[in-house]
Design a protein around this ligand. Structure first.
Ligand code: KIV
Ligand code: NA
Length: 266
């Protein structure tokens, strides 16, 4: 099967078929998601938290993203693979263009995602003008955590909701092929989804989006800490690993030294 494109996503939205997206950060996981039939994979800068053990996504670099995105891409043959532009790499349209070109050239991935509202529209338009598919990301934007002052739900007040609606429309007008809605009031996410022609991909924003995305480690129970309340884990892979490693340790320690054959040891 040929790889999915942004046009296929548009068809899915028109047909009312929901889009399933998950993050991946490495070759093996990406291959498993691809085999399972996931439509979109996000090489998220949640790499910083999930894989690299940082408190926030801010320490993640372009080089980190390129290394992991290449690994993910090489593990897939069907999914549309989108790569997060990490903190500070999309500060102005020309910088963003230079960095997005690096990502696409060095990884093979098809699209980039940029956090931010209406202020990012010129940057999105610049990349789209060069043929680079761009996904928007509004609401809770973790790269702005120090400005937001935490991780909480967005769009609760009328003016805040209107700002998010305007942001979604501005990103669509700039040519974004989809937009992530993170931690939006579910009714607002539904309103935005109905208002836009492009698909919305929700996370913690209710079920009225064109599709859903989750951090794969949260979905399969492969993490050290807590998972967000909107995640319903489908497996406990951490328990499987603990069990297997425990059995291995027991087995190694139970192994008897080989009996000396033939001549006796002095
Ligand atoms: O980095 C990430 O995982 C994301 C999400 C939308 C889940 O940006
Ligand atoms: Na991200």
């Amino acid at each position: 099967t040929a790889r999915l494109t942004t046009r296929d996503l548009q068809h899915l939205k028109r047909q009312g078929e929901k889009i399933a997206m998950l993050t991946a950060y490495d070759h093996v996981m990406a291959g498993l998601l691809d085999d399972a039939g996931i439509e979109m994979i996000l090489v998220g800068d949640s790499l910083g938290n999930v894989v690299l053990g940082h408190e926030t996504t801010l320490p993640v670099t372009l080089e980190d993203m390129i290394r992991h995105a290449g690994a993910v891409y090489r593990g897939t043959h069907r999914a549309l693979v989108t790569v997060d532009m990490p903190f500070g790499t999309a500060g102005d349209p020309e910088t963003a263009l230079r960095n997005a070109v690096q990502i696409l050239q060095k990884t093979g991935c098809q699209a980039v995602k940029i956090e931010g509202g209406a202020a990012m529209a010129p940057t999105v338009a610049r990349l789209v003008g060069q043929g680079i598919p761009v996904m928007g990301h509004i609401g809770l934007t973790p790269q702005a955590v120090h400005q937001l002052g935490g991780y909480y739900r967005h769009g609760k007040s009328g003016p805040a909701a209107q700002t998010l609606i305007d942001a979604a429309l501005a990103l669509q007008d700039a040519g974004a092929f989809a937009v992530v809605l993170e931690m939006l009031v579910p009714d607002l996410a539904g309103d935005i989804t109905r208002l836009l022609d492009i698909p919305t991909i929700g996370i913690g924003s209710g079920s009225d989006c064109s599709g859903q995305v989750l951090v794969v480690n949260d979905l399969i129970g492969l993490n050290s800490g807590r998972v967000p309340s909107f995640v319903h884990p489908k497996a406990d892979v951490a328990a499987v690993i603990r069990q297997a490693v425990g059995e291995y340790i027991t087995e190694v320690k139970a192994t008897q030294p080989a009996k000396a054959k033939g001549r006796a040891i002095a």
